[in-house]
Design a protein around this ligand. Structure first.
Ligand SMILES: Cc1cc2nc3c(=O)[nH]c(=O)nc-3n(C[C@H](O)[C@H](O)[C@H](O)COP(=O)(O)O)c2cc1C
Length: 142
């Protein structure tokens, strides 16, 4: 498998982090918490993922900033987002961010994550972990 990393942001509910930790148990993927990152080096990686919860319709700004900065030459980006509303999609804005970098057809997956107000209770669950694992196997293996 090609060398892969995922930059992620996860707030206090830690859904995105929990999801990533569980889904990558059997995979070789470096998980990089953007909160702890001052400098980053992506030259080692061929697959570069981004993951975040959705906060007021957007991923965390730190993720958007990385997408605007990273040199994606010969890299394959992808993204994962967790949110609490099943019937609302949030990928369009991120696809636009990638499009500004001349990147199209960026693979992504949406996974539910509960909030503190009773939405998406119980998520992410075992099935969500498996869905993400399968997405990663497919995306990283290509
Ligand atoms: C301040 C705040 C705003 C949120 N806004 C949205 C939203 O606009 N749409 C949505 O579906 N979920 C929203 N959520 C729910 C989170 O996206 C969801 O719980 C996600 O799994 C959080 O990921 P995390 O625990 O990794 O931070 C919001 C949560 C918070 C705390």
């Amino acid at each position: 498998m090609k060398k892969s990393c995922i930059f992620y942001f996860s707030s206090d509910t830690k859904n995105t982090e929990k999801l990533l930790l569980n889904a990558t148990n059997n995979l070789v993927v470096d998980l990089i918490d953007v909160k702890g990152v001052k400098e980053y080096r992506v030259s080692d990686y061929e697959n570069i993922g981004f993951a975040s919860g959705i906060y007021d319709d957007r991923v965390d700004a730190s993720i958007e900033k990385l997408i605007s900065e990273i040199d994606f030459t010969n890299k394959k980006p992808f993204f994962i987002y967790t949110c609490c509303f099943e019937d609302v999609d949030y990928h369009e804005h991120l696809l636009e961010c990638f499009s500004k970098r001349n990147l199209s057809k960026v693979p992504y997956i949406k996974i539910l994550g509960d909030d503190l107000e009773g939405n998406a209770t119980g998520h992410p669950d075992k099935e969500d972990f498996l869905r993400l694992e399968n997405f990663l196997i497919e995306t990283l293996g290509e």
